[in-house]
Design a protein around this ligand. Structure first.
Ligand code: GLN
Ligand code: ZN
Length: 758
């Protein structure tokens, strides 16, 4: 019989219970015991839910109080020296110190660095390793959670992050080769597997997601060495899990590893099935990832069954498992909590719970249960209703996209020609100063928005409040002496949501939370249909702000790639297609802003880089359509209108040519945190347009001084021509307070004046 398994379940809880529990503990409002009890209750609830939805075997040790990579580091005692004393004295405090740092009573321990988990919006903590590092077992979390499930009558399969991916996702603090640490680490894994076996675990899921990346010979040797070492020890059977893409050229390696089962992602890479069936030994288990763990749509079960039946025919039912493509960590928990949505739209959605129900139907169908037929029939009707819905398909959008010519993604003139016209129009000094858009979103701003949303404050009251904040922001910038002003973005809750709420084709959930990092969750919009802009979205506030000042007021938009990247995107057409639709809607906004007298318009694309595919071979295709989409949004204006863009969150050196191809007149880009490492790219590549490398980090309340910023600008001057350089912070100021913002911007303007004199 084919069974239903799951690779991981969201930990946070349908109503973000874990967030509340953990934050209460951090604030000292609850004890460690209370937190652990709440965590246990959530695990139990989630196991029950998965069983009730039809899972034959559920994961354990997929739970985490903060992050599973941190759990792994902690478990194997990969604890940097600075946290050791704390971790020894109080493991829970030590654990959270690694996650969040400690600043208290003269102690100042920086947290581990955080970075994106593959190409998801989940962030993990990057373990720090050093040469000669020892590993051992600290605590027994996987064993304890397995036993906890067992005691509750739940048969579970513990999940571990595999040793090779663990090392590859870590960083070496002393430049040594992380893979040198493999033997010691594998010995500790061996110990743990022995304990799991003794506790009664039949199978363990061992995740090696790095197997879908480009891996070199050293990496391959590491996998061979690790799994050979684990094969000789007494241990449970191992299911090697790969996800987020195709195993591709790593397949011969994978097929030769001495493990007992393999999980493959057939949602992102259905085309790999035949190769896997050919390569994977016939006496081992195969787990098929058939339901998308990263999106919110119901599965086309007929299409999934075609793949599943092909595998069934080759390996037989007993060695086959059906599963989500990856852990359901990246999916909200239960679509049934979204009853406020239109019923047809709701019927197209599958969150974690519904995904397991879908897997049950697939397994039942494979197992020949007639009862599956009626469910499949219902699923077909749902698919058909989505395929033909007028809510989804707007012929005018398709027609407009179809008739887009090459001109649509090109400004009328080249940058060299635009430059002169714009210089004349704006008459800015050299090293012009500006900011990235948002100003402090204070408690008053958030309270006013909440009152407005709940009906306590009426629209005119709210508008008056926003107008007042905007005016104050304009005055402050004038006083400080900034050259290109912004309105402050006080009217915006979130840079994607604000636009999504005003565009057709977007829906919002009540409880569609997904963990971003630690206790932080996001509720991404769902793009379900063709995107259209029924009315201008930002013109009113930009125009109002411009009316308050003689200085240029920059209009502020979120770019098409970023809107796409931070939403759940429809799966019935290519992402590139949806991106172009958003780009067209934004193009109309840009043109309207221009017509309303806004001469400088910034289209933010902080998420451009994070959309990069995991394999280098796929980068170009992505960058082509991403850059084209940006250009479609930006190219409807005259030469004298200056287009800015902004990027942050990552390094851009390896995509700098694509960044330049966006052809924004000016880009502001995060660089101060890396001490202007970006500039290294300009030694080889001459950046053609204007650029503001961020001169101070807005992520910390620390006020940078003028001298430091002059130093960074000097550095910029050494590889860029002085008339290319703008002066701005790294990113928006919304998380900062007013006092430090003012001081930092005063210092920034002073730095610009000083560099102008030189
Ligand atoms: N304009 C936005 C802001 O200043 C940009 C935010 C971002 O880059 N993430 O807040
Ligand atoms: Zn930014």
């Amino acid at each position: 019989m084919t069974t239903v398994t799951n690779l991981g379940f969201p930990r946070i809880g349908a109503k973000r219970e874990l967030k509340r529990a953990v934050e209460a503990y951090w604030r000292g409002e609850s004890s460690a015991g209370q937190l652990l009890d709440q965590a246990q209750a959530l695990r139990h609830r989630h196991w029950q839910l998965q069983h009730a939805a039809g899972a034959d075997c559920v994961p354990s040790n997929d739970f985490s109080l903060y992050d599973h990579v941190l759990d792994t580091a902690f478990l194997f005692d990969a604890i940097p020296q600075r946290y050791r004393a704390l971790a020894d004295a109080d493991p829970l405090q030590g654990y959270f110190a690694m996650a969040r740092g400690v600043q208290k009573d003269g102690v100042d321990l920086p947290a581990l660095e955080m970075t994106k988990w593959f190409d998801t919006n989940y962030h993990y903590l990057v373990p720090e390793l050093e040469s000669g590092q020892a590993f051992g077992l600290r605590g027994d979390k996987p064993v304890a959670e397995f036993l906890e499930a067992k005691a509750a009558g739940v048969k579970s399969r513990p999940v571990l992050l595999g040793p090779v991916s663990f090392l590859l996702l870590s960083k070496s603090v002393d430049g040594s080769d992380r893979l040198d640490l493999l033997p010691g680490l594998v010995a500790a894994y061996g110990q743990l597997l022995g304990k799991l076996k003794a506790a009664g675990a039949e199978w363990v899921q061992i995740d090696e997601p790095c197997l879908v990346l480009d891996q070199d010979g050293d990496d391959h040797a590491a996998y061979r060495q690790a799994y050979a070492a684990l094969a000789v020890m007494g241990r449970p059977k191992l299911l090697l899990a790969t996800y987020f893409g195709s195993i591709g050229d790593n397949l011969p390696l994978v097929a030769g590893l001495p493990v007992d089962g393999l999980h493959v992602d057939l949602v992102r890479a259905p085309e790999q099935l035949d190769a896997v069936l050919d390569a994977w030994p016939a006496d081992r288990v195969l787990s098929l990832g058939l339901v998308d763990g990263r999106n919110v749509w119901r599965t086309d079960l007929d299409r999934a069954l075609v793949l599943a039946r092909r595998a069934h025919g080759r390996v037989g039912g007993d060695r086959l498992q059906v599963a989500p493509s990856c852990s359901l960590l990246h999916s909200p928990i239960d679509a049934m909590l979204e009853r406020a949505m239109p019923t047809d739209l709701l019927s197209w959605l599958a969150f974690a719970r519904q995904k397991i129900e879908e897997l049950r139907v697939l397994a039942d169908a494979l197992n020949g249960l007639v009862s599956a037929n009626s469910t499949l029939e219902v699923a077909r009707d749902r698919m058909a209703s989505r395929r033909h819905s007028a809510r989804v398909h707007k012929p005018e959008v398709a027609a407009r996209l179809g008739s887009l010519g090459r001109d649509a993604s090109h400004r009328t003139s080249t940058y060299a020609q635009r430059k002169g016209v714009q210089r004349q129009r704006f008459g800015l000094p050299s090293f012009p100063t500006t900011t990235i858009g948002s100003f402090p979103q204070t408690k008053e701003v958030r309270d006013a928005r909440a009152s407005f949303k709940s009906g306590k404050l009426d629209e005119s009251g709210y508008d008056a409040f926003i107008a007042c904040e905007t005016e104050r922001c304009v005055r402050v910038q004038e006083e400080i002496g900034i050259d290109v002003l912004v309105h402050g973005e006080f009217e915006r809750n979130d840079m994607v949501e604000y636009f999504g709420e005003q565009l057709d084709g977007f829906a919002f959930t009540r409880n569609g939370w997904v963990q971003s990092y630690g206790s932080r969750c996001v509720k991404p919009p769902i793009i379900y249909g063709d995107v259209m802009r029924p009315a201008p979205m930002t013109v009113r506030w930009s125009q109002y702000a411009q009316s308050l000042t003689d200085r240029p007021m920059k209009g502020m938009l979120t770019g098409p790639v970023t809107v796409l990247q931070w939403s759940f995107v429809r799966d019935d057409q290519p992402r590139s297609h949806t991106c172009r639709q958003i780009a067209l809607a934004l193009r109309d906004e840009v043109v309207d802003l221009e017509a309303a007298g806004i001469g400088i318009i910034q289209i933010d694309e902080p998420a451009l880089r994070e959309g990069l595919p995991l394999r280098r071979a796929d980068w170009k295709a992505y960058l082509d359509w991403a850059v084209e989409s940006f250009r479609i949004s930006a190219s409807g204006v005259r030469d004298e209108t200056q287009i800015h863009t902004h990027m942050c969150y990552s390094e851009f050196n390896d995509i700098i040519e694509a960044v330049a191809a966006m052809d924004a007149d000016v880009i502001s880009i995060e660089t101060s945190r890396s001490r202007m490492e970006l500039l290294d790219a300009f030694v080889k590549f001459r950046y053609p347009n204007e650029i503001g490398p961020g001169v101070y980090d807005i992520h910390s309340p620390r006020v940078p001084d003028r001298i430091e910023m002059v130093g960074l600008l000097e550095k910029a001057k050494s590889v860029l021509s002085p008339d290319q350089i703008w002066v701005n912070p790294d990113c928006g100021l919304k998380t900062r307070g007013w006092k430090e913002t003012r001081e930092a911007l005063e210092a920034m303007v002073a730095a610009a004046r000083e560099i102008r004199k030189a």
